[in-house]
Design a protein around this ligand. Structure first.
Ligand code: XLS
Ligand code: CA
Ligand code: CA
Length: 437
């Protein structure tokens, strides 16, 4: 069926000692870990954009990837070829899910109607491919940032015609995501932000963003889409100031709009680090506020200050994110989407496999380490002990209705309260964590 990947067979689990670079050493999809199959915990997705659509550009150079579906002169034919190759890849790499933007899978036509026809033509073919192969959709999303009409934003554009265009595009993409049984629908801000305040009405732009999200939620209920709607934070890129900076600013925005029970977050590792946080911070913040939806799993480069979107390759970077996720019930409807791209010098078909194998093995190895960490219960016990006094008299009093600044002050004086500092034992805990890596 496939031409491009014809020399590569399905990737199999061969165990830790395998020397075959086209095998899994840790990802054993049916292995039971913490009571569930590995594949059901990790819910891996291949992303359509970096893996099949990005041609290997950088700001100083053009495409480096030479792929048959990037060379045909007929864009719709090219989209069909891409679909075939993509599903061949999904089956061979065995990510149970995939994710796409509307523009990754089908080309724009000369007007909206033509674009819409192209899109639903591919969606119909995609539906058959999904049935044939059993591959599922983790999430769909609309690309409202690449075309020049979106250069000044989509739902935050000064021109309501651009808002309307994006709304039309998102409607189609939500319909398609529902048709394909997607578990989630993602809204990443794209160019929802600004370059200079000199030309920007921030209040109106944010109000229009709120209006857009309201319309999305209304439509979700109207069509009975059972997936989660997710907002994806990112602090910079493409605009200097992005409105959805990080988990905290997204949540504040959602609360002001009264949408905090309708929209959750899709948190990406490299976006977390760009916002000056760690991945585990963003995840824990979302868990603490009950808005964790799904994860885009990748990594940045500590020496480069931009969104390099590399495949994850370090257990020590993933252990704390996984520890928080799996001590809180796991990914549920979410998953681990490889929003990651190979380097532009990685031009062989095998390179796409090496990258995913590395990412999947790293996650699998981290899952196994997380299981031990949770079973040994040392870290949860430590935290429990550190906060235990909140469950005792004073802690309960502070949270009770009778407490006020005056009554708390009386307690301090009457009970002669003199807090004694206690160690946070950071280095001790770091040594414990290291045992699991
Ligand atoms: C870009 C984002 C994007 C979203 C989907 O940086 O990560 O790929 O995940 O639009
Ligand atoms: Ca992403
Ligand atoms: Ca990214």
């Amino acid at each position: 069926m496939s031409d491009y990947f014809k020399n590569i067979n399905e990737i199999k689990f061969e165990g830790e000692n395998s020397t075959n670079p086209l095998s899994f050493r840790f990802y054993d999809e049916n292995k039971i870990v913490m009571g569930k199959k590995m594949k059901d915990h990790l819910r891996f997705a291949t992303c359509y954009w970096h893996t099949f659509t990005w041609p290997g550009l950088d700001p100083f150079g053009g495409p480096t990837f030479d792929r048959p579906w990037m060379t045909s002169s007929d864009p719709l034919k090219m989209a069909e070829m891409k679909l075939n190759e993509a599903f061949d890849f999904f089956q061979k790499i065995k990510t149970p899910f995939f994710c796409f933007h509307d523009r990754d899978i089908s080309p724009e036509g000369s007007n909206y109607k033509e674009t819409q026809n192209n899109f639903f033509h591919i969606i119909d073919l995609m539906e058959s491919k999904m049935e044939e192969t059993g591959t599922q959709l983790l999430w769909g999303t609309a690309n409202a940032f690449s075309h020049k009409r979106y250069m000044s934003g989509a739902s935050t554009n000064p021109d309501p015609e651009v808002f309307a265009y994006k709304a039309a595009q998102v409607k189609d993409c939500m319909d398609a995501t529902k048709k394909l049984g997607g578990s989630n629908y993602v809204l990443w801000g794209g160019r929802e932000g600004y370059e200079t305040i000199l030309n920007t009405n921030m209040k109106l732009e944010m109000d229009n963003l709120r209006r857009f999200l309201e319309l999305v939620v209304e439509y979700k209920h109207k069509i009975g889409f059972s997936g989660q709607i997710l907002l994806e934070p990112k602090p910079h890129e493409p605009t200097k100031h992005q409105y959805d900076f990080d988990s905290a600013s997204c949540l504040a925005f959602l609360r002001k709009a009264g949408l905090e029970n309708e929209i959750k977050l899709n948190i990406e590792a490299n976006h977390a680090t760009l916002s000056g946080h760690s991945f585990e911070h963003e995840i824990s913040y979302a868990i603490a506020n009950e808005v964790l939806g799904s994860l885009d799993i990748n990594r940045g480069d500590t020496l480069l200050g931009w969104d390099t979107d590399q495949f994850p390759n370090s257990v020590s970077e993933l252990i704390l994110p996984f520890y928080h996720i799996f001590s809180n019930g796991g990914l549920k409807q979410g998953g681990l989407n490889f929003d990651a791209k190979i380097r532009r010098q990685s031009i062989d078909p095998e390179d796409l496999f090496y990258a995913h194998i590395g990412g999947m093995d790293t996650c699998a190895k981290t899952l196994l380490a997380t299981e031990k960490l949770l079973n040994d219960n040392i870290l949860p016990e430590y935290i429990k002990k550190r906060y235990q006094n909140w469950g005792k008299d004073l802690g309960s009093f502070i949270h009770s209705k009778e407490a006020s600044l005056e009554s708390i002050q009386n307690k301090v004086i009457d009970d002669n309260i003199e807090p004694k500092p206690r160690s946070g034992n950071q280095e001790y805990l770091e040594n414990i964590l290291n045992k699991y890596l």
